[in-house]
Design a protein around this ligand. Structure first.
Ligand code: ARG
Length: 468
């Protein structure tokens, strides 16, 4: 047997190699610069694996204890920032395993029994993403709470509701704000579904065919708190569906944030002038002294590109990949990490910014006065007097045209003016033409009527654990 030191390749997998790896290859293929962030989960997985190996008689209890202690020491060293990750050791798995073997000797070299990096990296990534899913859920709930607080604070304030960005019908500001709570609730539900599919234990798939050694996958799953074990070793090592799903969840969260951001940008213009974002959350211009810019919502809107881009990138990486593990899959982590960092930061700052946003309720009310926004209410009034809706639509359309000619609003018309268009119109019509009358009449389930919005808000506050 050749002495260890005389081998041309010093890699942990270098036994069959006659030449050392080219420096360019080491640089090109290393992932340690970004996968080092998996270290806690890598160590957690290795400890569960080592305990199982000992229970199965594949290593001794002394070896297990040396491994567990060595891994704890390495983790503490990394936590303290003292551990030196080496690019020539490729990735987090090899860096930790090598450090362990250097530290405890032959027992360390037994850790990789019945395991491949192919199932190991899958395990680490799932453990990591399970925690991230929980962190994201907390951040989404935080954003929902910020919306709910605003909805409570401004309960009763009216504003124009828009379709096609044209004034459509008056609504309660709280109704608009609670729409975002619903969007984030769907994001949370979607994430919970994604988490269920993350929560399946892959270790034991080994390289891709399983192992001939007597392992106990179920026990590892239980120790690590997984709901189940994966069913097919080939699927397992080639599967990144859970990462793709997470990227889709992240993309849709960021898309939702971008819609809010766009509204905040618009609403803080002189043209709308609906909100005042706190100075601490805006920036100025280096040339125009008067400027106060909504850079934070703009950046959040802009970052949607990179998050959705990460989803596209990984979809394209996985497209056409033959089973099972291919090194292409190493491209998964940077995309997911970047998207996670971006969405988490965006969610956190959005909640803060909302807490520092004031709505100009007088301006919002004034904006409801123009644009014939109670025209639908007038049509509904005629419907209640038995006019077919299509006919009522036509009558009100002609009334609107009449107003436009005279440059006035519906409320400015006299009863006589209105009765020219239909004798079904009576003096009680003015109640439905008012903004408050309009809003409060919309009592259909999920509508903007005050009673409905109060119910919705109370429900949301209960779900979010807010006591008002
Ligand atoms: N760093 C690798 C990755 O992220 C770990 C798995 C390596 N497996 C292999 N057969 N080279 O995918």
């Amino acid at each position: 047997m050749m002495a260890e030191s005389s081998r041309p390749s010093d890699k942990m997998w270098g036994g069959r190699f006659a030449e050392a790896t080219a420096a360019s290859v080491e640089t090109f293929s290393a992932s340690i610069q970004y996968d080092a962030r998996l270290y806690r989960h890598d160590i957690m997985g290795s400890k569960a694996h080592a305990r199982m190996l000992a229970r199965q008689g594949l290593i001794t209890e002394e070896e297990r204890d040396a491994i567990l202690q060595g891994l704890d020491e390495i983790e503490a060293e990394i936590d303290r920032g003292e551990f030196v990750f080496k690019p020539e050791l490729e990735d987090v798995h090899m860096n930790i395993e090598k450090a362990l073997t250097d530290r405890i000797g032959p027992a360390g070299a037994k850790l990789h029994t019945a395991r491949s990096r192919n199932d190991q990296v899958n395990l680490d990534f799932r453990l990591y993403l399970r925690d991230e899913a929980d962190a994201l859920d907390g951040l989404l709930a935080g954003a929902q709470r910020a919306f709910a607080r605003l909805a409570r604070k401004y309960l009763g304030a009216v504003m124009p509701g828009y379709t096609h960005l044209q004034r459509a019908q008056p609504v309660l500001l709280s109704h608009h704000l609670l729409a975002y709570v619903e969007m984030f609730q769907r994001d949370r539900d979607r994430l919970a579904g994604c988490r269920q599919r993350i929560d399946i234990m892959p270790l034991g798939a080994a390289a891709m065919a399983g192992t001939g050694l007597p392992i106990d996958r179920q026990a590892v799953a239980e120790e690590l708190g997984f709901a189940a074990i994966t069913a097919n070793s080939m699927d397992t090592t080639g599967d990144r569906d859970f990462a793709l799903e997470m990227l889709f969840c992240l993309s849709l969260i960021q898309v939702h944030l971008s819609r809010l951001s766009e509204e905040l940008v618009l609403w803080s213009t002189k043209e709308f002038d609906f909100v005042r974002i706190g100075d601490r959350y805006c920036t100025g211009s280096s040339i125009m002294p008067q400027k106060k810019n909504p850079d934070i919502p703009e950046l959040i809107r802009g970052k949607t590109g990179r998050v959705a881009g990460a989803l596209m990138a990984l979809l394209m990486t996985v497209k056409g990949l033959p089973l099972t593990y291919n090194r292409d899959l190493q491209e998964d982590k940077e995309q997911v990490f970047d998207a996670l960092d971006t969405v988490k930061a965006s969610l956190a700052i959005t909640a803060e910014l909302l807490d520092h946003t004031e709505f100009k309720t007088e301006r919002l009310r004034v904006a409801t006065a123009g644009g014939f926004m109670t025209a639908t209410d007038l049509a509904d009034y005629l419907v209640r007097r038995n006019m077919p809706f299509r006919q009522a639509h036509g009558v009100v359309g002609r009334i609107v045209a009449f107003c436009q000619e005279r440059d006035c609003e519906l409320v400015d018309l006299t009863l006589a003016d209105l009765q020219q268009f239909s004798e079904l119109i009576g003096a009680d019509v003015f109640a439905v033409l008012s903004v408050d009358g309009s809003v409060n009449s919309r009592l259909s389930a999920g509508g903007t009527g005050r009673a409905r919005v109060e119910e919705a808000l109370t429900h949301v506050e209960r779900l979010l654990g807010i006591t008002s």
